[in-house]
Design a protein around this ligand. Structure first.
Ligand code: LLP
Length: 418
């Protein structure tokens, strides 16, 4: 999406605004799929809806043939709404309620079990409903993915998964084999997000394949699928990052090696979110004014961490451009700050930009994943609109919320309203 086009969209539709490129979504999906499929025929992609669960986005991925990784019944509703078949939906979460489990059984999707306690609760509900449920276990391989601590999920101390050590995961499979209403279909792991260290993925694959072999040798269990989760990083800065081709080139030889010993070929599943959506989206915001203190220069914009949480939550870096000044020299150093009443509401620190003025339009790049989906109404602010572009066309796929939306579902005594 070129800068002039983005500027025009901002002028026409207002800010803040998320803009996505449909071409880029399809391109990323195809790149990811073909990197694996060209090396391993039995590959399936389960797009991680948490990256962006807007209907139009998910629908595009459905058209591309994607299955769905959901983490809540809300995300399940999205997957159902766009017509993804139950057998193509996997439900992962470490803290499912009995109602969640009941809904999942009813929907006929795969439940990815996170604890022994959950296995027993799930079985009890399935037995009561007299409806068998397909399951996998999320295992914790105790691997440091060398990414931000808040998005590392397979460490020994993490809250996720069933540990491989001391036969804990093996015992879970053995127990599951004795339960009439549980159908074991696979194994799952997800060690973190924004991973750029291919060795972490290699170690993860070795541990999962070794355990899959153990399941076959010790309890005669063959799995339909091995789900290695998501996690591949994208390039936010000037430093190049590994591609799906690098990732597939690293792990598929490991899988093939183990398959010889397994004597069968399980399906390989992946759950990319960030790689498919990250570089697809741009957040457009407007400069409300510039402030110079004796210590710093601030650019105030009309979007805060209620719109884009990542910089405040993970100190993440996003490229920034002043769209109406791309030909001007970067002579100033600014902090670009949001409109939320908290000091941590900083979108970008110490950026060299041309001299900025009120009314300028700023683009915050690579915000398609975990941008809108993590937005909130904090400070009683409506969430922004989302726009999809295709060639030169522009479509609103989610309207901006209104002030009425903010008050909807609330109650106050009439005398307080008056
Ligand atoms: N599968 C599972 C079970 C997950 O928990 C996640 C992400 C994914 C797949 C997709 O991972 P990806 O390919 O997108 O890395 N809000 C954070 C990222 C949190 C990721 C949570 N789980 C951020 O903005 O960086």
């Amino acid at each position: 999406m070129n800068q002039k086009f983005l500027l025009k969209i901002a002028e026409k539709l207002g800010t803040p605004l998320y803009v996505y490129s449909e071409e880029q979504i399809r391109k990323n999906y195809r790149e990811f799929l073909s990197a694996f499929k060209s090396r391993y025929r039995n590959t399936k992609i389960f797009y991680a809806l948490k990256a962006n669960s807007s209907l139009a986005i998910c629908h595009i991925l459905r058209q591309e043939g994607s299955c769905a990784d959901v983490v809540s019944i809300g995300e399940l509703k999205v997957a159902q709404r766009i017509g993804i078949k139950p057998k193509d939906i996997i439900f992962t979460n470490n803290s499912k309620t009995d109602q969640d489990l009941d809904d999942a059984i009813e929907a006929g999707i795969i439940v990815n079990i996170d604890s022994i306690d959950e296995l027993h609760r799930l079985h009890k509900i399935a037995k009561n409903k007299r409806k068998a449920v397909n399951v996998s276990f999320r295992v914790n391989p105790a691997i440091d993915p060398k990414t931000h601590p808040k998005i590392s999920t397979g460490l020994k101390e993490s809250k996720f998964g069933i540990h491989l050590e001391n036969n804990i995961a093996l015992d879970a499979y053995i127990t599951a084999q004795t339960l009439d209403w549980i159908e074991i279909k696979g194994i799952h792991t997800h060690i973190g997000s924004q991973i750029t260290d291919m060795n972490a993925f290699k170690d993860m694959t070795e541990k999962i394949m070794q355990f899959t072999l153990e399941l076959k040798e010790k309890i005669g269990l063959e799995l339909k699928f091995i789900d290695l989760g998501g996690g591949l990083g994208i390039q936010y800065t000037d430093d190049a990052t590994p591609t799906p081709d690098d990732y597939a080139g690293t792990i598929i030889p490991v899988v093939n090696e183990y398959n010889k010993k397994l004597n069968y070929e399980p399906e390989l599943w992946f759950e990319p979110g960030r790689y498919i959506l990250g570089n697809v989206g741009v957040l457009l915001c407007k400069v409300t004014g510039v402030k110079e203190t004796p210590y710093k220069k601030f650019v105030n914009v009309d979007a805060g961490f209620n719109v884009l949480m990542r910089p405040s939550m993970y100190d993440s870096y996003h490229r920034i451009q002043v769209l109406n000044r791309i030909d001007e020299n970067a002579t100033e150093t600014y902090d670009i700050v949001g409109n939320i009443c908290e000091s941590g509401d900083i979108l970008a620190r110490e950026r060299k930009l041309p001299r900025v003025k009120g009314g300028d339009i700023i683009a915050v790049y690579d915000t398609g994943a975990y941008g809108f989906s993590m937005s909130s109404q904090y400070n009683q602010r409506p969430r922004p609109a989302e726009i999809l572009t295709w060639g030169g066309t522009v479509e609103v796929i989610r309207e901006k919320e209104t002030f009425d939306d903010l008050l909807r579902n609330q109650k106050a005594p009439n005398d307080l309203i008056d």
